[in-house]
Design a protein around this ligand. Structure first.
Ligand code: FMN
Length: 174
């Protein structure tokens, strides 16, 4: 494991909201899915689903469901990560709701990082009307859209990033 490269990946990845029109190679999409398939999940049950959208009209409809964030339709590819608690409800009961949201979140994070390694860019879209996204994509009842990832080749340079600072995140309990 090359530690330096790994930290470089984590520190250099940034959200991108302006994309070139170039399509995403199928081999890169396959790689992203392969990595999502490796993500840790509750009970190993992989309680999430991924929907792929390339159709322009469908993307435009998702823009309107996502607070008119127009760049969502600019990306050549959208992946919508959904929680699917039905895959684990027998085993985990009510807790499966939370676990499935976490499973979908982890998978989307894996996808975002893998996209970066493949020379692609993404932005996590969480601001959307859940019900409308489900209707537009005909997502089966019980599943819950958690994140939309527009994926494409970047056409902007991100501004400098400000953070709370690592020390601010930790609360030591003795
Ligand atoms: C849960 C979540 C929801 C987000 N929702 C949106 C969104 O709806 N629109 C958007 O432009 N960015 C969204 N972002 C991206 C953040 O704004 C971005 O990750 C943050 O500003 C840090 O910048 P960076 O990704 O370049 O490091 C979201 C990020 C997360 C983790």
């Amino acid at each position: 494991m090359d530690e330096k490269l790994f930290f470089e990946l984590l520190s250099k990845r940034r959200s991108i909201r302006v994309f070139k029109s170039d399509p995403i190679e199928e081999s890169k999409l396959s790689k992203i899915l392969e990595v999502c398939n490796l993500a840790p999940s509750s009970g190993g049950l992989q309680t999430f689903e991924i929907y792929q959208i390339k159709n322009k009209e469908m993307k435009e409809r998702l823009v309107s469901a996502a607070k008119d964030q127009t760049f969502v339709a600019q990306a050549p590819l959208l992946l919508v990560f959904c929680a699917n608690p039905s895959r684990s409800v027998e085993r985990f009961g009510e807790r499966s709701q939370l676990f499935s949201v976490q499973d979908a979140t982890i998978a989307a994070t894996y996808a975002q990082l893998t996209a970066y390694v493949l020379g692609l860019s993404t932005v996590w879209i969480g601001a959307f009307d859940e019900k409308r996204v489900s209707e537009i994509l005909h997502i089966p009842k019980g599943q819950r859209p958690v994140a939309i990832l527009p994926i494409g080749y970047e056409n902007e340079k991100p501004k400098e990033k400000t953070t709370r600072g690592a020390k601010d995140l930790l609360h030591v309990i003795n």
